[in-house]
Design a protein around this ligand. Structure first.
Ligand code: M6R
Length: 614
């Protein structure tokens, strides 16, 4: 995820900004840049790749003298990761420079407006729209604070912005909406930071900026104003964390941090796609005519991404009635897939660089299929080679075990399924509108599962000592069981397998001993009774059964003492999208079992974040 640091003080800004950017490296980035105000001019240096490239380019900061400046690490969302698209971005005419975290959702509309006013654009980014919009209002009012407030009112989406203007070279302006931004207060120096880690070596005194508020910083002080430019004050806070826990936002591991980030990530994935009561596949160029012509879908991916595919299959088939097959990418090209020009292949990948998924994509295209990919890393091989790419905008996933990538891929799978159903006429318009309305509330529904954390930690402490565990479920619950089991294995090293609940008695039940844990996913209400009777089959042979169900099914599940020992209940939600809620306790269960066992949670043994070999 991008990182921002800004400095206004008496010391040289560039070395401080470079130091801060290094502290932000853990968040992942692909390019970096600096702007420093000097002699009434804005001097900018940017570099693709590591901070060390940027540091070399400015000789550790010596080439950028000046005491006010901004620094940025970019993690590409709009436009390729290269020097041109790196921040800071400068307005047409060069008066204003901006660093930006987040995505401006209405940037195409705003860019058209600015082009009509004669502004030229030189990058592929949404940020260049922000800086030119501020420049446009500045040209009108001659007041940079007014200009920032006016531009902020017109931008939709998420942003944290640091702004510097040639005509006020001792001042930094900052504002935010749905993206973190803090003011850090020092001795005759003040900072803006998207993540307090970047300034802890200079000060621990911070002010939290809230949405739509604007901060104006010089070396001498900080002024806070509302979006209507009314001045107000706020108490400072003192940060108690050390640097290493600050990187994790106060969490012990990236895994649990990323689990709790999922509501925001899913919001970031969905919000550009759900607009004005419809599905908005901006810039994808995928025609309704093509979607109507599709006769068969393959979903191909590896590991966790392929388990998203298992859920997506149920949703696509249910809504759009297109036969859908999920094939491991490592098997796809050897399976002689039956592909025609009416076959749509969907690949899912966090990294966009998984060798087997790339090979499957190429094989699909070679055989004449169109490929739609759901990818997190912008500009990655899979994103670039696909016919159409939907980005998940989950930000960098640092823990090797995938959590927020799973949730964002799944959310976009719902979008694809709904779009297919709409254009193919397999859904009533009223039901379509209703599902879209509910889907927009999915981030909040996921957030409502997060308080289960304490209960799950307690339960995990009772199960974590076992060396074998089984996960069962039916229909989408089976798909979830597969991912729950996968997550548990990779982070806790507990041997685990997942089965369709009805299959256990055809062999695996022989492995059930006294106390063998069987996690039973029982959230899909149409098959609840059948799942519970499968749970009873194992419990009667000694298993200890932990059920994951919904609030409205809880009583029935909990009271069935022949089938269930322990029960976790997620909030009720639209059945079709319930997997997005049910996965959260399974991820937490894996995390807390691993915590009990003291494993290397964020970097499990033998695993790599991106598997670039076959
Ligand atoms: O980057 P990708 O999504 O293509 O990676 C696919 C798998 O390697 C990945 O999901 C893997 O299974 C993770 N360790 C899961 O937690």
């Amino acid at each position: 995820m991008c990182g921002i640091i800004g400095y206004a003080g008496e010391r040289e800004a560039a070395p401080i900004l470079l130091g801060g950017l290094r502290r932000l490296e853990y968040r992942g980035y692909d390019s970096a840049g600096l702007v420093v105000a000097r002699d009434g001019k804005l001097c900018i240096t940017k570099a693709a790749g590591y901070i060390s490239n940027l540091s070399e380019a400015v000789h550790g900061g010596a080439d950028l003298p000046g005491t006010v400046g901004l620094g940025h690490t970019r993690w590409a969302t709009h436009g390729k990761p290269n020097e041109t698209n790196a921040h800071p971005h400068i307005s047409d005419g060069g008066k204003i420079a901006v660093v930006h975290n987040g995505t401006i959702e209405n940037y195409t509309r705003l860019r058209d407006f600015l082009v009509s006013k004669g502004y030229e654009f030189f990058t592929q980014t949404d940020t260049e729209v922000a800086v030119n919009l501020i420049a446009y209002f500045y040209a009108e009012s001659g007041d940079v604070l007014h200009a920032v407030a006016s531009a902020a009112r017109r931008m939709e989406g998420q942003y944290a912005l640091g702004i510097i203007c040639e005509d006020a070279p001792d001042t930094i302006i900052a504002t935010k909406r749905d993206a973190p931004l803090f003011i850090a207060v020092g001795e005759r120096e003040n900072f803006i930071v998207s993540d307090v880690t970047a300034v802890l070596e200079h000060t621990r005194t911070i002010i939290r900026l809230r949405d739509y508020e604007i901060a104006v910083l010089t070396k001498d002080g900080v002024t806070l104003v509302t979006s209507e430019l009314d001045e107000f004050t706020r108490e400072t806070e003192t940060v108690g964390w050390d640097v290493s826990s600050a990187e994790k936002g106060g969490f012990e591991h990236f895994m649990i941090k990323e689990i709790t980030e999922q509501p925001d990530c899913v919001r970031a994935a969905l919000s550009p796609r759900l607009r004005d009561g419809g599905i908005y596949l901006d810039g994808l160029g995928i025609s309704d005519e093509y979607l109507r012509s599709v006769e068969r879908i393959y979903i191909t991916a590896c590991g966790t991404a392929s388990y998203v595919g298992l859920v997506a299959k149920y949703v696509v088939e249910k809504l759009a009635r297109v036969p859908t097959e999920v094939v491991y990418a490592s098997e796809f090209r050897y399976s002689d897939p039956i592909i025609t020009d009416r076959t749509l292949v969907i690949t899912l990948s966090q990294s966009g660089t998984t060798a087997d998924t790339i090979a499957a994509l190429r094989e699909a295209k070679r055989r004449g299929a169109k490929v739609l990919s759901i990818v997190n890393v912008v500009g990655s091989v899979i994103a670039e080679e696909s016919d159409w790419t939907l980005y998940t905008y989950a930000g960098p996933e640092i823990c090797v075990a995938s959590t927020k990538a799973y949730s964002t891929q799944l959310a976009l799978s719902y979008v694809v399924a709904l779009k297919l159903a709409q254009v193919r006429g397999t859904i009533e318009p009223e039901r379509f509108s209703e599902l879209l309305r509910v889907l927009a509330t999915l981030p909040d529904a996921i957030a409502a599962t997060l308080p289960l954390r304490e209960q799950i930690q307690y339960l995990a402490s009772r199960y974590a000592s076992r060396d074998n565990m089984f996960f069962i479920g039916r229909n989408v619950d089976y798909a979830l069981a597969v991912e729950g089991s996968h997550k548990l294995k990779e982070v806790s090293y507990i041997h685990s397998e997942a089965f369709a609940a009805g299959e256990l008695k055809h062999g695996t039940i022989a492995l059930i001993e006294d106390g063998t844990p069987v996690v039973t996913v029982a959230a899909y209400s149409p098959l609840l009774d059948k799942t519970l009777s499968n749970a009873a089959e194992v419990k009667s042979r000694g298993a200890r059964v932990l059920a994951v169900t919904t609030e409205s099914l809880r009583e029935k599940v909990e009271s069935n003492r022949d089938a269930v020992d322990d029960c976790i209940a997620i909030p009720d939600f639209e059945e079709l999208f319930l997997p997005s809620l049910a996965i959260i306790p399974l991820q937490m269960f894996a995390y807390y079992c691993a915590l009990e066992r003291g494993t290397e949670i964020d970097k499990p043994r033998n695993l790599a974040k991106s598997v670039t070999v076959e």
